[in-house]
Each structure stands twice: as structure tokens, then as C-alpha cells.
Write a protein that binds this ligand. Structure first.
Ligand code: ADP
Ligand code: MG
Length: 259
């Protein structure tokens, strides 16, 4: 991990969907280039909202978000360009069902980024190979398992060459036996120096992949910590309570962790 450059700056961001509830309460957070930040916290605390604000899917009511020093949290004609610099993978992979895996992957770079097709195909095939799916390039999404589709969704996002990748509970909808293959791809990405913000409930994975852990509750950052400390001696009561629900996993992590 390199720490010399701040890639993402979230400054006092306030977000609400209605008059009554503040979903993000003047939240501030920086992400360094090459850093892997894992955000954990109870359901409904605002994790997805935060990611959606970062990549411009949600407007914010106050505060600023900057990517690479450039203000990205205001409505502007440049928004679609900014959005290409931030890749996002969700729980549902929504690949286009009528297009082959390769066509799904190359669509963005060719249509949105106007890159040269032969070069994009080369890059896409190399990326599919990296995740073990080159032999599926001519298949259709319905012919793939959930884990395979999610790996394609990651590849599709990567081929846009984003500066920052956001992952929102990408394994939450997968059968248990497919979780690992997706997490392994993310681990490899992390080790290759990608800047990543990951929301996950996979505690062993969080501990293995994170440079830093953010624990959120009720729209605020409650604790920020190193993974080793966070999972063994969290400093806040709320984080302790939350982790107690995952105690079994964390103990297992000591024994099972192979990365
Ligand atoms: P998390 O991802 O941590 O589970 P979310 O960001 O999805 O939390 O949700 C935070 C809060 O915002 C919740 O109370 C949720 O009901 C509310 N919320 C999320 N999306 C919307 C929306 N599109 N419209 C209204 N309320 C929303
Ligand atoms: Mg969510």
C-alpha cells in the first residue's frame, strides 16, 4: 500500500432521502491511492448510500466529494466521465442477458470510452483469464453460476480502468461455495495495488484484505482501526457488540486464514 497520495476525499457529507432521517451525518473520510478500505456496520447504517454518493448515483445535501483533487459531488456535464473513473460492483451482477460474456465486458470500453476494439478484446481476454473464465467468453450469462457471473462483473468494471473500485456486498447473494472464488479475485486485485472500498459482512475476508477498517453505525463513522486491532480489540462498545455477532467467524479466521 502506498500512502503518499489521497485519491478520494469525502468531506462532511450529509445525505437524507426524506425530511426526517439523516442517512449520512456529515461524514468525512479519505482514501489513499492503493489503499484497501473495508467498511462494515449493521444493516441500514448507510454503507450502500455512502458508496452510491461516491460514484454519483445519489445527490448529497451538504459536503464535498473529491476524486484525485477534482470535485465530483456536483451535478455537472462531466459526471459521466467522472463515473468512468470509479468502478462499482453490486450484489446483483446485472450482466446483459442477450450478450456473450466477452461482449458484456467490452461494451463499456468501446461504447463509453471509445477505445479501439482489438485492444479492448485483448485486455478483456487477459482479465477473464486472470479470473479463470476465458473459456466462458462466448457463453451467455444464464450459462454461468452466480460466482462466475460476479467474477465477470468485476472484470467488466476493471476493463474500464477505474482509479477506484467500490464493492457493495458482492458475495451476499451467492451460495456459500461460490463466495470464496469471488473473494479470491478481490484479494488478488488488492494485492496488485488497486484502490478499493469494500462493504462486506465477510469478516475473515475483511481482516485479510483490509489496510484499514471503518465501522459505521447510524450514518456515522464510529471506529476506524487497523484490521488486526479491530477484530481482536475494538475500541468502541458498538463495534464490540457488532463483532460479537460474528465471534465464531473471527475465531475461525485465526485458524483458517490462508492468505
Ligand atoms: P446499508 O447499506 O448500510 O444497509 P443503506 O445505505 O442501504 O444501508 O440505507 C441507509 C438508510 O437509508 C436506511 O434507513 C434505508 O432504509 C434508507 N434508504 C436507502 N436507500 C433509500 C432510498 N432509495 N430511498 C429512501 N430511503 C433509503
Ligand atoms: Mg447495503
Amino acid at each position: 500500500m502506498s500512502t503518499h497520495k489521497t485519491l478520494l476525499e469525502i468531506k462532511q457529507v450529509r445525505k437524507s432521502y426524506d425530511e426526517e432521517h439523516l442517512v449520512l451525518k456529515d461524514l468525512s473520510l479519505d482514501v489513499q491511492e492503493g489503499e484497501v478500505l473495508v467498511i462494515i456496520g449493521p444493516s441500514g447504517c448507510g454503507k450502500s448510500t455512502l458508496l452510491r454518493c461516491i460514484n454519483g448515483l445519489e445527490a448529497i445535501q451538504a459536503g464535498e466529494i473529491l476524486l484525485d483533487g477534482e470535485l465530483i459531488s456536483q451535478e455537472s456535464q462531466k459526471m459521466h466521465l467522472v463515473r468512468q473513473k470509479i468502478g462499482m460492483v453490486f450484489q446483483s451482477y446485472d450482466l446483459f442477458p442477450h450478450m456473450t460474456i466477452l461482449d458484456n465486458v467490452i461494451l463499456g470500453p468501446i461504447k463509453a470510452q471509445k477505445r479501439e476494439k482489438a485492444e479492448v478484446i485483448k485486455e478483456a481476454e487477459a482479465a477473464l483469464k486472470r479470473v479463470g473464465l476465458l473459456d466462458k467468453k462466448d457463453a451467455y450469462p444464464r450459462q454461468l453460476s452466480g460466482g462466475q457471473k460476479q467474477r465477470v462483473a468485476i472484470v467488466r468494471s476493471l476493463c474500464m480502468r477505474p482509479q477506484l473500485m467500490l464493492f457493495d456486498e458482492v458475495t451476499a447473494a451467492l451460495d456459500p461455495e461460490m463466495v470464496r472464488e469471488v473473494l479470491d479475485v478481490m484479494l488478488e486485485l488488492a494485492q496488485s495495488g488497486s484502490t478499493m472500498v469494500i462493504v462486506t459482512h465477510e469478516m475473515q475476508f475483511a481482516r485479510a484484505v483490509a489496510d484499514r477498517i471503518i465501522f459505521m453505525d447510524k450514518g456515522e463513522i464510529v471506529e476506524e482501526n487497523q484490521p488486526a486491532e479491530f477484530f481482536t480489540q475494538p475500541t468502541t462498545e458498538r463495534a464490540k457488540q457488532f463483532l460479537n455477532m460474528f465471534e465464531f467467524d473471527v475465531k475461525q479466521a485465526e485458524e483458517k486464514l490462508t492468505v
